[in-house]
Design a protein around this ligand. Structure first.
Ligand code: ZN
Length: 313
């Protein structure tokens, strides 16, 4: 939670706190001791499942290879994505105990004295998944079949950004449609999903805007990466105003072209032997659910009939 005294809260801070309080009081989300980490109620999951029906209806269906990964990926794959260079502050690593009985006894003694004990843990071979599509790329090292591949990936992502804003969760789901293929296929995938994504949101009764965006690259070198991403028009976000005109809106869908980043990193080639390009569209399921609650009210039984029927609620 923010340590700011109440009088320094901005209107935006108050609006975020109000929404958070509403979601917790209604039981839709379940509070934990860590900001941005929530349990989900059955009713919240029904909303997410309903949104997913509309997302899938707009998606490639059986043309895509459907893949589901756990929320962890091998550290070796994580390293190859270069995520640690661009987003060290958002990274999540898994650690565990590999010591001896004597080490264990020392750890428990420290713990019982209220001292920190995590220094006894060693990095494991796994990291938390930062983006749903990342675990898929290592599968395609080598030459792709003609036309490339189209993937449907749905899973939990982790970003270390504790925040009061319920739209900024630390663990959340992305449903992604990913292509790996030639440069035109990747560029077209990103571009075509701007309109298709807006249509999905319109089908859900949500008013969204497409904006050119960049990832939150870390540090001074990151500012250049961010500028390149914007200049080359590689990322478009579909945003919804959860807090009226208090901010620029919240990104609920992201359309990204990675150019040859993952192709080069994971040694993926097109059928003619050139480095593959990739692109993905990601639907932020929890954020879309919050936008639904914000737009249509906290009781899904009273949402517009057309929206309820598309969601099969
Ligand atoms: Zn992705």
């Amino acid at each position: 939670m923010s340590e700011q005294p109440a009088e320094t809260l901005t209107d935006l801070d108050r609006a975020r706190l109000d929404l958070r309080c509403e979601l917790l009081t209604s039981g839709l989300l379940i509070e934990s001791s860590v900001p941005g980490l929530y349990g989900r109620s059955g009713q919240f999951e029904d909303i997410v499942d309903g949104i997913d029906r509309v997302v899938r209806a707009a998606g490639p269906g059986s043309e895509a290879i459907r893949l589901r990964f756990p929320p962890m990926l091998p550290r070796s794959d994580f390293e190859r994505t270069d995520y640690i260079a661009s987003f060290p502050n958002l990274t999540g690593a898994i650690h565990s105990f590999t010591g001896t009985n004597a080490d264990h006894a020392r750890m428990l003694a420290d713990r019982s004295e209220g001292k920190s004990w995590d220094g006894y843990l060693e990095p494991a071979d796994t990291m938390l998944v930062p983006a749903a599509c990342h675990p898929a790329y290592p599968m395609f090292t080598g030459a792709l079949a003609e036309g490339g591949v189209l993937l449907d990936v749905y899973g939990y992502c982790f970003r270390n950004e504790p925040a009061v804003d319920p739209a900024r969760m630390q663990a959340f789901r992305m449903h992604e449609f990913v292509v790996i293929g030639d440069p035109d296929t990747a560029a077209n995938h990103r571009a075509s999903w701007i309109d298709r994504g807006l249509q999905v949101l319109d089908d859900l009764g949500l008013e969204a805007t497409a904006v050119v965006a960049n990832d939150p690259f870390f540090g001074r070198a990151g500012r250049m990466l961010a500028a390149n991403q914007r200049n080359e028009n590689l990322k478009t976000e579909l945003t919804i105003r959860l807090y009226g005109d208090l901010d620029e809106g919240t990104a609920v869908v992201s359309c990204n072209c990675h150019q040859d980043h993952f192709g080069a990193t994971f040694g993926i080639e097109t059928s003619d032997g050139s480095v593959a390009h990739s692109a993905c569209v990601g639907f932020g399921m929890e954020r879309i659910a919050l936008a639904m609650l914000r737009t249509h009210g906290s009781d899904p039984r009273r949402w517009p009939a057309g929206v309820r029927s598309r969601m099969a609620l």
